[in-house]
Design a protein around this ligand. Sequence first.
Ligand code: SAM
Length: 214
Amino acid sequence: MPSDIISPEISDYCDQHTHAEPALLRELSEETFAKASQPQMLCGHVEGRFLKLLVQLSGARRVLEIGMFTGYSALCMAEGLPDDGKLITCDIDEETSKIARRFFARSLHGSKITIKLQDALKTLRELEGEFDFVFIDADKENYGKYYEACFPKLRRGGLIVFDNSLWGGKVIDPAAGDPDTRAIVKINELLARDERVENVLLTVRDGMNLVRKM
Ligand SMILES: C[S@@+](CC[C@H](N)C(=O)[O-])C[C@H]1O[C@@H](n2cnc3c(N)ncnc32)[C@H](O)[C@@H]1O
């Protein structure tokens, strides 16, 4: 979803004044825009660098991603992991996963990544062990279910990051009653009053909700 939250000029300025996008990721972004039917789903340069920084700052060693697409955000987070760090990423789309696999094979960080190609809720039921960091960026209607399924698997002090939490500004549009908007509004309201966590909703790209488990 493209961001209408900040002006294109400010968005470009942030892009130009953020540490450069690695060449392989630029190539992945270009291929995604050339071949995928909804390329705007890719998180992009600024959010990608931010995800890498968050993984690094949090000292995460085990990361879970719900919604891989062509693998851009997975590669960014893998870059922030130590050499022995692990990232499990979930998707259901075989075609876009083929692109991801090709780029993971070319990346220095790709060997840290394991793909689970089936419904993410099924994968969440099967996964064992604790995670330090979770990035939720799949179908918006299931955001609430993903949250409750991930929560017990997140270590205390760990971070869950939701993407598209402002949904192009539709979260404050009283006329927007579609299921995706309603699901995002609902999870944003829940997170702000959930006493098991502390959160901050940021205007980065299309909105990122950072949620720390207490
Ligand atoms: C917004 S895209 C992810 C973008 C990616 N995180 C990035 O920034 O490059 C959402 C992805 O979620 C996947 N998805 C949708 N429903 C899913 C489900 N039930 N289980 C797993 N993945 C799902 C879609 O196939 C799509 O690739």
